[in-house]
Design a protein around this ligand. Structure first.
Ligand SMILES: Cc1cc2nc3c(=O)[nH]c(=O)nc-3n(C[C@H](O)[C@H](O)[C@H](O)COP(=O)(O)OP(=O)(O)OC[C@H]3O[C@@H](n4cnc5c(N)ncnc54)[C@H](O)[C@@H]3O)c2cc1C
Length: 326
């Protein structure tokens, strides 16, 4: 491992200043960053430990839910306010990693985790995200696990976070703090498509940190569900996942939310599919039409064409589950 210095940030201003310096990486739970350092993918000169900052609270009120960036995944998954009013968040977290990882890992770190693309994590191979301009080994390589939505000629790596898919579905906002103060960004706009700059993954500026995630209260949030399909039943990333939320009134769908994971280069909101559900009864034919719309723009690579049908079925089943008892 590349040698590095260690600093524990005493307050938010110090954390931003230290994090903004060239060669610095912020560390929270360390469950992703330390592995990347051991594999030589990240070689920071200095680690800025932010775990002493007061960003651990989980707060719920009439306006919505606020998750501190340093709240642990396990604590958020177990919080009754989350389980009762935003089940899709709790379900996405419980489908992530393992209990041990969730006990260490934080909400901010989860949103900032790097892709699991094997080429990104193997420094012996070409990867535009890790080494801009070196090429994308996945385009003609092992691409069974890669993206069918949002890819480019430079990168087809999927975004790995389950939580981000649930939060994008619920219109979450990310509260950021940097040298010039605080700003709020819709989570849907926080992660970037790869385009020809796949090394730029988010809108975070140097020195900016995630302080919290805010989720607005909404009737559909209570009737929400996360379904994750993977190669084995636990401790595995998604082949395809769907975060859905429904508000059903008088036998028809008033509001809906659909987001996809495992199949796209960023947490993927399917707005056209949501529009198609509006005013229709929550029946299988409606769900199939929405799923077709959600995957309409999908472009398979050589080995991952199966993901398109898999993702459609995932959306249909998730909507069916969310609609139960409506
Ligand atoms: C074996 C294994 C299996 C996993 N399976 C899944 C899974 O199925 N689904 C899933 O979603 N995830 C999975 N993960 C990923 C896991 O959820 C992440 O590693 C974890 O959430 C990262 O959080 P952390 O606090 O440990 O972040 P760290 O490792 O400390 O940091 C990760 C990144 O986030 C940055 N960062 C951290 N906090 C902030 C902040 N507040 N502001 C700005 N930047 C910040 C760091 O600089 C770093 O770049 C798995 C991980 C492992 C090791």
């Amino acid at each position: 491992m590349h040698p590095f210095a260690y600093r524990r940030a005493q307050d938010a201003d110090a954390a931003s200043a230290l994090a903004g310096a060239a060669g610095s990486d912020v560390i929270a739970g360390g469950t992703d960053l330390l592995q990347l350092m051991k594999d030589d993918v990240r070689r920071p000169n200095r680690l800025i430990d932010i775990t002493g900052l007061p960003w651990t609270r989980i707060e719920s009120g009439p306006a919505g839910l606020r998750l501190g960036a340093l709240a642990r995944m396990s604590d958020v998954a177990d919080a009754s306010a989350v389980r009762d009013n935003y089940p899709v968040i709790s379900e996405a977290l419980l489908a992530s990693a393992s209990p041990q990882v969730r006990n260490m890992a934080t909400i901010g770190g989860n949103l900032m985790q790097r892709t699991r693309c094997v080429y990104f994590r193997d420094v012996a191979t070409a990867c535009n995200k890790r080494a801009p301009g070196s090429g994308c080994s996945a385009l003609d390589g092992e691409n069974r696990l890669h993206a069918v939505l949002g890819g480019s000629a430079d990168c087809v790596a999927t975004h790995a976070s389950d939580l981000a898919v649930a939060l994008v579905a619920l219109d979450a906002m990310v509260l950021l703090r940097g040298a010039s103060g605080e700003r709020r960004v819709p989570l849907d706009a926080f992660h970037l498509l790869p385009g020809d700059t796949p090394e730029r993954e988010t809108v975070l500026q140097p020195g900016e940190l995630i302080v919290a995630v805010e989720v607005p209260a909404a009737p559909h949030a209570r009737r929400s569900h996360y379904l994750k399909i993977r190669d084995r039943a636990s401790f595995e990333f998604a082949l395809a996942s769907a975060a859905v939320a429904l508000e059903v009134e008088g036998g028809v769908i008033r509001q809906s939310r659909i987001a996809l994971g495992g199949v796209a280069t960023k947490p993927w909101r399917a707005r056209a599919a949501e529009a198609l559900l509006a005013g229709r009864p929550p029946v299988p034919a409606t769900f199939v039409a929405a799923a077709d719309e959600a995957l309409a723009g999908a472009r398979p690579l050589q080995q991952n064409g199966f993901k398109i049908e898999l993702a459609k079925r995932t959306v249909v089943r998730a909507l069916h589950t969310a609609a139960q008892g409506a």
